[in-house]
Design a protein around this ligand. Structure first.
Ligand SMILES: *Cc1c(COP(=O)(O)O)cnc(C)c1O
Length: 397
């Protein structure tokens, strides 16, 4: 049997056939105008998804983690002060990267399940009279806990404190699936990758730099070679890279951006919100709770679902893969074994989601959890019916 089930991990996400076809292309000369016809639509399209008119977009052969490194090494110097909150595994890893690069990170320890504490950021920024903090880090969507944070509130915190620090946002599991407003929120660097909202395989680090961030590039002294945006910017002028670009992946990105534009960015966000809400209703019907502590931080791209005390949540992922060929996400770090995750981002329909919920139910019943088959599916069905064009048509008749 060929493996045909969709995956419900929060990245890599399911690949639409059109994107797969676009990645599968013959070799071209990557220092030619032919490559320019792939590169420039990608740069333009990413800018639109970031809702930025002025950001410089860079696309590196790498992953989201390389995007973090691009942000730090291009704009900071050894010993520079960075302010960041740790509320999950991904924010933790970015902090760890700062420390390994010799940056001085002030960490706001935040309960896993909470959003970023904009008020605490503001308090610390207000206290930093000498403006020694150069950068504020914010993880828009903490994929480990299914928690979305309010980036507009982070901007307000900086402005209220009248602090000139730059705002760098990890949008790896939000950009392209949830609303992101680089210009409006005054984001100085936005970071994402190819394998989440963009529905591609892993392999691209995608970043946007504001004018202010581009200025910081000139004075920063952290060592950088592969991720040096100055070399990349120079290459772009000649339809080229400072090294060999991953042409197939970029052609896939061009196709992905065209698909997102055809659906309409706001429609893509609305679809993610609807699918996520169906999942949340299922979780509620199962009598389980989310790791995210309040509705205002519920993520539209991933739900982290807590299981009862004494139960190993990782078993759900193991049995789902072993017995049903279906992939769910495990708990990471501090929440390992305590929760499992359902990824619901990228190329996904209501019907695909129902198959994931139905399978999760079978697995949980197999493992002895007190859940009624069909309960979560029915709750999601009721919700998806309301949202579908068809049911609205029926109601109007
Ligand atoms: C997936 C993810 C990353 C890491 O991206 P890689 O592509 O695996 O390097 C970073 N941050 C968040 C929020 C993510 O979801």
């Amino acid at each position: 049997m060929t493996f045909q089930n969709p995956v419900f991990i929060p990245g890599p996400t399911n690949m639409p056939e059109a994107i797969r076809q676009a990645c599968y292309m013959p070799t071209i000369d990557h220092r030619s105008p032919v490559f320019g016809k792939i590169l420039h639509p990608c740069l333009e399209g990413v800018g639109k998804v970031l809702k930025s008119n002025s950001a410089k977009i860079f696309i590196f052969p790498s992953t989201g983690t390389g995007g973090w490194e691009t942000a730090l090494t291009n704009t900071l110097s050894k010993g520079d002060k960075v302010l960041a909150a740790r509320n999950g595994m991904f924010s933790h890893r970015w902090i760890d990267m700062c420390q390994r690069h010799g940056l001085d990170v002030q960490v706001i320890e935040t309960p896993w399940g909470d959003g970023l504490p904009a008020d605490k950021y503001e308090e610390i920024l207000r206290g930093d009279k000498s403006h020694s903090i150069k950068v504020v880090l914010a993880t828009h969507n903490e994929t480990a806990t299914g928690v979305k944070s309010d980036i507009a509130a982070m901007r307000r915190a900086l402005d209220a404190a009248n602090h000139p620090a730059m705002l760098y946002v990890d949008g790896v599991s939000s950009i392209g699936s949830m609303d992101f407003r680089m210009d409006e929120w005054g984001v100085d660097i936005a970071v994402t990758g190819s394998q989440k909202g963009f529905m591609l395989p892993a392999g691209l680090a995608i970043v946007g730099f504001s004018e202010k961030a581009m200025k910081a590039v000139e004075t920063a002294t952290l060592p950088r070679t592969f991720f040096d945006v100055r070399n990349m910017a120079k290459g772009y002028g000649n339809n080229a890279y400072p090294y060999t670009p991953p042409v197939g992946l970029m052609n896939g990105l061009k196709a992905s951006l065209a698909m997102i534009e055809a659906e309409g960015l706001e429609n893509v966000f609305a679809r993610h919100t609807r699918i996520a809400e169906g999942v949340r209703r299922a979780v509620d019907a199962w009598g389980l709770t989310l790791c995210a502590t309040s509705p205002d931080v519920y993520s539209d791209t991933v739900s982290a679902i807590c299981t009862p005390e004494g139960f190993n949540a990782t078993d759900i992922v193991t049995v789902g893969a072993r017995d049903y060929d279906m992939a769910f996400g495990v708990g990471l770090g501090e929440v390992a074994g305590k929760l499992f995750r359902i990824g619901h981002l990228g190329s996904l329909t209501d019907a695909m989601m129902l198959s994931g919920l139905a399978t999760a139910e079978m697995v949980m019943v197999d493992l002895g959890l007190d859940i009624t088959l069909g309960s979560g599916v029915a709750a999601a069905q009721e919700y998806y019916r309301l949202g579908s064009g068809k049911s609205k048509r029926i109601a109007a008749e």
